[in-house]
Design a protein around this ligand. Structure first.
Ligand code: ZN
Ligand code: ZN
Length: 365
């Protein structure tokens, strides 16, 4: 282990993040110099996106995503995760050896139930810093959707779902206001097959130092094409459900057989910008489509959910269009859909179910 080596010297150190405001990278990271990291340069550099608010003078250079995800006051001893870039593929991975030890809770001693370790008092919804963070400084949060251990989006009821969506929005605003956060990623792993270590209904938030590759690539694609795919909307055969100004559909080219994308029809940047009425409609749509997914599989189906929103780095990001993506990791009840060697090896993905047929099935449940 190269614990004593300078990260910049030993590794590419590029980091997957884009510079604040969508403009050129800050600092002295050699990996972001033009020509050294063509992908980052092509995507993040020279977009000329006007700043929504002035650059934050208080930004701590130790939070420079080019160097590492974390560099605590105590230096390396306090580091939580380290970015390493594969010299062959250019793929950047956050390495954190400590997280391997995190426990898997049983329902009998659930830390998220009222009275449990992480929720000593009664609550309606609750946010708190993750005890097993992937980033330092309280930038990883756990969001409890409901006090009932067995609740889910499908069963918690519309009012509780509204509270949970409001919690997402509040977290987006508060975490995004931090000077060391440039992007708030909300996500949820539901079920053991999706990697959840606690069954209690909850999501998580990462306050990332910059815009990570997945949303950055999408934002750049919209900018380059000059059109917003989410505003254009899906083919009608792919639509699963609508609630007010929101629509849910199966993506044209999904990675998992049962995948859903949820977005407002109009170009809204983020959950705070959706307003209380818009968030209520999202809550209604979520309970409806995830109820359909659970009904289809005949039991709570494991899924991966994330929310993409406008970066929180002060940039204007005019192409950012709020949406959620849900991927059910089963292809049949109890049968996982594995990402196979031929897919990872080729970078091409295969799905055994026509998206139109998946949409028709999900419309019917
Ligand atoms: Zn619980
Ligand atoms: Zn749009």
């Amino acid at each position: 282990m190269a614990a004593e080596a300078d990260v910049d010297d030993r590794r590419d150190g590029a980091g997957p993040f884009h510079a604040p405001g969508g403009g050129p990278a800050r600092g002295r990271c050699r990996a972001h110099r033009p020509g050294h990291h063509p992908r980052a340069g092509a995507v993040g550099g020279g977009q000329g996106v006007p700043a929504r608010r002035p650059a934050r003078p208080g930004r701590d250079p130790r939070g420079d995503p080019c160097r590492r995800l974390s560099a605590g006051r105590e230096g390396r001893a306090a580091r939580v995760a380290e970015l390493r870039t594969d010299p062959l593929t250019g793929l950047t991975v956050a390495v954190d050896g400590r997280r391997q030890a995190r426990p898997r809770a049983r329902s009998a001693d659930c830390p998220f139930c009222p009275g449990g370790l992480e929720a000593p008092e009664e609550y309606r919804v609750r946010r708190f810093p993750n005890r097993w963070p992937a980033l330092d400084g309280g930038r990883c949060e756990v969001l409890l959707y409901a006090p009932e251990h067995g609740a889910s989006w499908a069963t918690m009821g519309l009012q509780q779902a509204e509270h949970a969506v409001e919690l997402w929005s509040e977290c987006t605003e508060e975490l995004g206001a931090r000077p060391d956060v440039g992007y708030v990623l909300l996500f949820e792993n539901r079920g053991a097959d999706a990697g959840a270590t606690v069954d209690h209904p909850h999501g998580q938030a990462f306050g990332l130092p910059g815009v990570p590759p997945a949303p950055a690539t999408q934002l750049e694609r919209s900018r380059a094409l000059g059109r917003c795919a989410l505003c254009e909307g899906p083919a009608k055969e792919l639509v699963v459900a609508e609630e007010g100004g929101w629509r849910a559909w199966v993506p044209e080219a999904p990675l998992f057989p049962y995948a859903l994308r949820l977005a407002p029809r109009v170009h809204l940047p983020d959950l705070p910008g959706a307003g209380a009425a818009g968030r209520r409609e999202l809550a209604a749509l979520l309970t409806r489509v995830l109820g359909g997914v659970d009904a289809l599989f005949g039991r709570p189906a494991p899924y991966l959910l994330w929310v993409h929103q406008r970066p929180a780095d002060g940039g204007e990001w005019p192409w950012a269009h709020l949406y959620l993506e849900i991927n059910v990791v089963w292809r049949a009840p109890g049968t996982p859909r594995y990402i196979a060697a031929g897919e990872l090896g080729s970078g091409m993905y295969f799905t055994p179910l026509e998206p139109e047929r998946a949409a028709e099935t999900l419309r019917g449940v």
